[in-house]
Design a protein. Structure first.
Length: 514
């Protein structure tokens, strides 16, 4: 789904970062449905409308680009003519051209119209972009350091003159790659390479083998972890400590009985083949064969101290990797728990149990406030009962900064600690009426960030008249609404007139009834 949504954003010119988008996709319920897709569109302030076309043969109804469900999968319609329809399969990054006759037959008539506005973008896009760039630099730096260390090790290694040394390096690098794919499976992280390889075998099921009880070595470490640690230490020894090659040979030979047991277990116990496990077995045998024929690399003498040294390296690498995998698995579980929690929150029965008896406040412009930011006709309205001098209100405004858009509007109702502080309310209301919503939002943001310390002088540069009849009427409207509803404390947040209470948060506005 990530590839498809990225393709949609690229077509529309929407600014996004892959890391933040991926994080949302991992936690949004039913992300592969229209509901989940529209949820993402709402986060990025895109205007969307889902329609069901009855007369599908009338192709003029299709406005490009738009999203349709074609042959049970999402597609992007790029262009439409009387005879041909050009579709984009964003998941596979393929362009498909079909005749209008076939298109009408296979299309179910569902269409999602999407358009962008001036503020269609990822929330806190610049911050996310900087963070993502820093992460890319870190990963690049780590990769360059590893490459540099390996190059220096190779240049200083007298074994580079032997072809068998290079073959052993190649075998262990392949082993690291195969073990890495097994580690991804262990974490239940989808991978196209693993899927393609596992599908090569008719009776293959990599997951059933790698997740079986036998794949766990006395509950200390998984064999995927042992494999990665083993091949990693081998590569390290080949590059940096070639004097341990004698012990390397003897330990490599000792792995062969395990390979025979693994084949037997897959054949007769699980009755299923793991192509990745079999690949590791082939590499282990290839390694031993190369060791036998490469007499110039070492002799067959057994050195106890070196063997203990090397075994300690294997054990240390495996145990450290096992601990790291434990941490990563907990992280994966936490993401799944968050998604399950969101599924519960979107459930209508759960919402009714928590918010069903909650009072629905009148938040209309006539009776509550006229200070609306974003699309006044948005499906979701966030009403904030706030105080210009309240510290938690300042933090709430910072959270709200990216919310106003085509799908969400933010309405402010102001109160004050005491009458001598009501000047800020009057100035903000005057700014809205005399300067407009956009500039007032910027003024309010600056006020909450640093303007409060300057008091009345903060507003001097805007030349606002706080004595007009409209300003006084709006001030009285806010006071009367507070008096009638007696909300406790600021900030209090209402979503579509319903007070926000735990476990729902501001970001859960999408789950509230319209």
């Amino acid at each position: 789904m990530l590839n498809f949504i990225e393709c949609v954003f690229q077509k529309l010119g929407v600014k996004y970062t892959q890391s933040w988008l991926k994080k949302q996709i991992e936690t949004i319920p039913n992300i592969t449905s229209i509901y989940g897709l529209c949820h993402v569109m709402s986060l990025y302030k895109l205007y969307y409308q889902c329609v069901k076309v009855v007369h599908k043969e009338n192709l003029t109804l299709i406005k490009t680009p738009c999203i349709i469900i074609y042959k049970n999968q999402f597609m992007i319609v790029e262009s439409v003519t009387d005879s041909l329809i050009k579709l984009k399969d964003g998941t596979r990054n393929k362009t498909i051209t079909v005749s209008s006759k076939i298109f009408v037959q296979d299309w179910n008539g569902v269409m999602i119209l999407i358009s962008v506005s001036d503020n269609s973008s990822e929330p806190e896009y610049k911050t996310h972009l900087i963070n993502e760039s820093i992460q890319v630099l870190k990963k690049t730096g780590i990769g360059l350091c590893i490459v540099a260390i390996c190059i220096i090790g190779v240049l200083q290694n007298h074994m580079v003159q032997y072809i068998y040394w290079w073959i052993l390096i190649f075998i262990n690098m392949l082993g690291l790659g195969v073990s890495y794919l097994l580690l991804l499976q262990q974490l239940h992280i989808p991978n196209n390479v693993s899927k393609t390889l596992c599908d090569l075998v008719k009776n293959g099921s990599c997951e059933s083998v790698s997740q079986s009880n036998a794949a766990n070595f006395f509950k200390v470490a998984k064999f995927s972890e042992i494999g990665f640690g083993y091949f990693f230490v081998n590569a390290f020894v080949l590059i940096w400590i070639p004097q341990l090659l004698n012990s390397y040979f003897w330990i490599a030979t000792c792995t062969l009985p395990f390979t025979l047991w693994s084949v037997w277990y897959q054949k007769f116990r699980i009755k299923s083949w793991c192509i990745l496990c079999l690949s590791s077995i082939v590499l282990l045998w290839a390694q031993v064969i190369v060791c036998f024929v490469s007499r110039e690399l070492y002799d067959y003498s057994f050195i106890l101290n070196n063997t203990i040294y090397l075994i300690s390296g294997y054990v240390l690498a495996v145990l450290l990797l096992s601990e790291l995998m434990y941490i990563l698995s907990k992280h994966q579980q936490s993401k799944q728990l968050l998604k399950d929690f969101n599924i519960l929150k979107e459930n209508g029965m759960v919402f009714t149990a928590i918010e069903g008896n909650a009072e629905r406040f009148d938040t209309s412009d006539d009776n509550c406030s006229s200070l609306v930011f974003g699309n006044p006709d948005a499906l979701h309205q966030i009403t904030v009962f706030s105080n210009p001098f309240c510290n938690p209100c300042s933090a709430m405004h910072a959270r709200l900064n990216d919310f106003p858009g085509v799908n969400v509007s933010v309405k402010y109702v102001f109160t004050y600690f005491s009458p001598e502080y009501d000047f800020a309310n009057r100035y903000i209301i005057a700014a809205y009426q005399q300067l407009g919503a956009s500039q007032t939002w910027d003024i309010l943001t600056e006020w909450y960030e640093k303007g409060r310390q300057y008091g009345k002088s903060f507003f001097n540069k805007y030349n606002l008249d706080i004595t007009t009849e409209n300003v006084l009427k709006e001030v009285e409207k806010h006071r009367a609404w507070h008096s009638d509803n007696r909300l406790q404390g600021t900030p209090t947040v209402l979503i579509n007139g319903i007070e926000l209470v735990p476990p729902y948060s501001l970001e859960d506005y999408y789950y509230f009834p319209i």
